[in-house]
Ligand binder design. Structure first.
Ligand code: ADQ
Length: 471
């Protein structure tokens, strides 16, 4: 069997990740290694004045972790700058927040080139190379001129926006050209795949060879959707275990007969946290009998706090929270409880199971694993209700959720009311339809479907003659 080489912005070595970090990517990528030996290459998370051009290696189990350090300028330009201040907002349709800088873009390309130069020495001819996420879109285009003709796949974890939106970002046509150097490009939903195919056709004049395969300038690439999943059976098991954690017992004691509404998200403007708090406020204003009968717990670990837009978001969330709690609290009851800690999976699973309603209302989201975790954590005899944004990739799969437009606070408020009033038979029927998808399309399915499709692509310098662009 061919070796697997995974490349992602951050590499999470099991011991180094001893403390809990928010993010399902590490779990997902470890699933990919279950059936392959291989390498996991990327940034160590460390910044040094003079990083070595050779990577550091750590062997654990069947994985060799290969770690690169960055300079502080690299981190500023590549990571905080182009990836997180230009690409992230544009890909999430927040064009107004996108801040393009030519210097940051040059830094982004420089880090991709440095990674390619270090990586090329480590790849053997039959290895499958799988690159992850928007930090590394140019990586295959940097690897090809160094002579790497292996099959290279790319998975895009965040939304791929409509061509008109992507087109607002300077450099986006170059990124599309770079996409053509991957043999397979995986996205979360059919909508994302359609957006990317349209962009390749409109901007590069790519021609469809087969339904999913597009060719341009002698290169061809396959664009397909592979909705990412979670380790459903493990999550179900963890959630069903006794609730021994102090925070869980305290939550149960404090709730009494109140119903729990839960939100769990990285503190990111794409997640719609202030808008969600205001929708909950609208629910309380429209249903005064519910005051004191529900508690909304929002867990939102801080992320990317060095990026100015995230600092602003943190302030807005705190102001919104303070205003709502100040206006609506009563003796013995606070409407919204808010925490920013990262929690172990088992604790999150127990809290999901306690919650009658989950509010997963991002303004845009590639998939949203919290929605799937919430479904997997439910008690099959007394499941809760998922309220899910139509703009999360998960909404394409979880039809049993109450699907809402997060921009419409009244609609979300009414969904909260309906969820709290929903009969048990309806909750069970909706949950059963969702758990089936969560189990059948789990993370192992996702990794193996992608890798199977990658291995089925044609290798060689860039496709055989039948895939070449006739033009
Ligand atoms: P994220 O934007 O990080 O991922 P999401 O898919 O919801 O969003 O994953 C978040 C993960 O972090 C979940 O596994 C959740 O349990 C965990 N998490 C959240 N809060 C936590 C806390 N307080 N403590 C511990 N863990 C916490 C990106 C894309 C998504 C896409 C994923 C995977 O933005 O759209 O679903 O990648 O492809």
């Amino acid at each position: 069997m061919s070796r697997l080489v995974i490349v992602s912005n951050r590499v999470s070595v099991p011991e180094a990740a001893g403390k809990v970090t928010a993010g399902g990517l590490a779990v997902a990528l470890r699933a990919a290694f279950q059936s392959h030996q291989g390498l996991w290459f990327g940034w160590s998370g460390k910044v040094t004045a003079h990083p070595a051009s050779q990577a550091r290696m750590v062997d654990k189990g069947n994985i060799r972790y290969v770690l690169m350090d960055l300079t502080s300028l690299d981190r500023q330009e590549y990571y905080y700058g182009f990836a997180n201040r230009a690409l992230w907002p544009t890909m999430h349709y927040r064009v107004g927040l996108s801040d393009f800088s030519r210097t940051d873009y040059a830094g982004y390309l420089r880090v991709n080139r440095t990674f390619a130069q270090a990586l090329v020495k480590l790849v053997s001819p039959r290895d499958l190379v799988w690159v992850h996420d928007y930090h590394l879109i140019p990586l295959a285009a940097e690897l090809r001129p160094l002579g790497l003709s292996n099959l290279i796949g790319y998975f895009h974890h965040i939304p791929w926006p409509a061509p008109e939106v992507l087109g607002t970002l300077p450099g986006s046509t170059d990124l599309l050209r770079a996409i053509m150097d991957f043999n397979l490009v995986g996205v979360q939903t059919e909508r994302d795949a359609d957006n990317l195919r349209r962009a390749l056709t409109q901007e590069l004049g790519a021609v469809a060879q087969r339904t999913d395969v597009l060719s341009a300038s002698g290169k061809s690439t396959c664009v397909k959707s592979f909705p990412i999943g979670i380790d459903a059976s493990d999550f179900e098991k963890v959630a069903a275990r006794a609730r021994s954690h102090r925070i869980v017992s305290q939550t149960i004691a404090e709730l009494g007969s109140r119903k729990l509404i839960i939100g769990v998200d990285r503190l990111d403007y794409s997640k719609g946290i202030p808008q969600r708090m205001e929708a909950y406020e609208r629910f309380l204003l429209n249903n005064p009998d519910q005051r004191g009968r529900v508690t909304y717990l929002q867990i939102a670990p801080t992320s990317r706090s060095e990026v100015p837009e995230y600092e602003t978001l943190s302030r807005v969330v705190n102001e919104t929270l303070g205003r709502i709690n100040g206006a609506l609290s009563e003796p013995g009851w606070v409407p919204i409880q808010y925490g920013t800690s990262a929690y172990p999976r088992s604790l999150l699973a127990s809290l999901y199971r306690l919650a009658r309603v989950a509010l997963v209302t991002p303004m845009r989201d590639g998939m949203n694993l919290v929605a799937k975790e919430y479904v997997a954590a439910q008690d099959p005899l007394h499941p809760g209700v998922l309220i899910l944004s139509k703009f999360a990739g998960a909404a394409q799969q979880l039809m049993g959720a109450l699907i809402v437009n997060p921009n419409d606070k009244l609609e979300v408020a009414e969904a909260i009311r309906d969820a709290l009033q929903m009969s048990e038979p309806e909750r069970i029927a909706r949950w059963q339809s969702m758990i089936e998808v969560v189990r059948n399309r789990d993370v192992a399915w996702w990794a193996s479907a992608f890798l199977k499709e990658l291995a089925a692509q044609q290798s060689g310098p860039r496709g055989g003659s039948e895939q070449m662009d006739p033009a």
